[in-house]
Design a protein around this ligand. Structure first.
Ligand code: AMP
Length: 451
């Protein structure tokens, strides 16, 4: 499964909140063998079927191997997990000592349980030929097995902020040996209100360390977090938004709110819609849609924040295995879901943030495949559609010949009011104090890859 590095256009669109055009360059390593990674890691990558580093990997791995801090503007789907996991594993594999109970050497903080689980799976996959241990801790499930894993000792810890703080307070996790810290999906972390927890965790880290921050977007709040956290970072930007947008065939259907469910049932009569991710704005909406699909005889499940962790994992597994044809999700629950072969994304409700639209449709057309996104737009959502089209800089084709197409909505864009915006991102008032300069490195090791 080769990542289509060369298919990217020379210029990509900026993402929401960042209007400037991001120029792409091809000045990065395009060959895994040239990346100076340890043999067991190259073997694991080959097992995964990766032949070419993605742009974020080609650009990030060399400076990370040199011990630099990094600011990565990239979203899930770009291969960013391997971009940080491979150099971390490479570093740890140089002197793979026994894992010390409760004291990880690398910490990856992720906003959602799903994403944390996937990151841990990636570490296990890429590190399968290395004598290194990793684990994941998140809330919503019993802490006992997580504590046991920490007591046995791990080299790599992947965690969501709340449960990590709990276990830190109980003395089950100590961060004083952390040498590499990754803050993943920083924008979402702040959106979800984790800023205080994140700051507490950062305060418990050693000053001397390598730090990586990844974010799909760079609002001011994230920039100020990055300014306080990173020491002379390399900035790496990839703009999958445009490449994703270009690969996905998009369509919009103007339809009154009360006809959306019937329309969905009708659309899913088409068996080509084999694995479909359906987005709703609310958790209740997700449940209602999943129930309706069940009544239509379609295997469907819902995934959102009110579901237990086990129920979410079950739904995700069913979807992955193809037992569940339609997974109905809210934006936050779907964030970071990495399921290959999603043939269609349906926006049952349009999101009020154009950037969410780009994230949503990016769930299909992964790793070089094509995909299709169909959006239902009622009268109140016309303003959202306008914002989306402005951001992606193209108009979304209208399915005018569909029996559900509502001409009156299509013809009446002027009166559409912008529905009330959801709460704004939480801003961060103060940056973290800058840490001392000096490179990370376990005692006696010095700067890696030097000489
Ligand atoms: P991520 O952005 O880390 O969630 O990765 C998105 C998807 O790309 C995952 O399914 C990875 O397995 C896949 N992937 C990551 N790196 C590569 C690569 N170099 N070649 C092909 N697929 C990749």
């Amino acid at each position: 499964m080769a990542y289509a590095v060369l298919e990217h256009p020379p210029i990509c669109f900026g993402v929401a909140g960042n209007d400037e055009l991001i120029k792409k360059d091809t000045d990065y390593m395009t060959d895994f063998a040239g990346l100076d990674l340890a043999q067991p890691i190259l073997r694991a990558i080959a097992d995964e079927g990766y032949t070419t580093p993605t742009p974020i990997q080609g650009k990030s791995i060399p400076p990370l191997l040199d011990g630099r801090d990094l600011l990565g503007v990239a979203q899930t789907g770009t291969g960013k997990t391997a971009a940080f996991a491979l150099p971390i594993l490479d570093y740890l594999s140089e002197e793979p000592g026994k894992a010390v109970p409760n004291k990880p050497l690398a910490l990856i903080l992720a906003p959602t349980r799903e994403l944390a689980g996937q990151i841990n799976d990636s570490f296990r996959n890429y590190g399968r030929y290395l004598p290194l241990r990793s684990t994941v801790i998140f809330g919503g499930v019993s802490a006992r097995p997580q504590i046991q894993a920490m007591n046995r000792g791990v080299h790599v810890l992947v965690a969501t902020p709340g449960r990590l703080l709990d276990l830190m307070n109980q003395g089950q996790v100590r961060l004083d040996e952390v040498e590499i810290f990754v803050l993943d999906e920083a924008d979402r972390m702040l959106d979800m209100g984790f800023v205080r927890d994140v700051k507490k965790i950062i305060a418990a880290l050693p000053k001397e360390r390598q730090t990586l921050l990844f974010s799909a977007t760079m609002p001011k709040s994230v920039q100020s977090l990055a300014d306080g956290l990173l020491d002379d970072p390399v900035r790496v930007e990839v703009a999958p938004a445009a490449t994703t947008v270009e690969k996905v065939e998009q369509q919009v259907l103007f339809v009154p709110k009360d006809k959306k469910r019937a329309l969905l049932g009708e659309l899913l009569l088409d068996e080509d819609i084999a694995r479909v991710l359906i987005f709703t704005r609310t958790k209740h909406g997700a449940n209602r849609v999943a129930r309706h699909l069940h009544q239509c005889g379609i295997e469907a499940d819902a995934i959102h924040g009110n579901k237990t962790q086990n129920a979410r994992q079950r739904a995700l597994k069913g979807f992955r295995l193809g037992q569940v044809r339609a997974l109905v999700a809210t934006d936050i629950a779907a964030r970071g879901i990495d399921v290959d072969g999603v043939t269609h994304v349906i926006n049952f409700d349009l999101p009020n943030e154009p950037e969410s639209y780009v994230h949503r449709i990016g769930r299909t057309a992964r790793a070089g495949a094509n995909g299709m996104a169909i959006s239902f737009c009622d009268h109140d959502e016309r303003a959202y559609l306008r914002d989306i089209e402005k951001t992606i800089r193209q108009s979304v084709p209208v399915m005018e010949d569909h029996p559900y197409h509502a001409v009156e909505i299509a013809n009446d864009p002027g009166t559409a009011k912008r529905p009330q915006q959801q709460k704004k991102r939480q801003g961060q008032k103060q940056g973290q104090p800058r840490r001392n300069s000096g490179r990370w490195g376990r005692s006696g090791r010095g700067v890696r890859k030097a000489a």
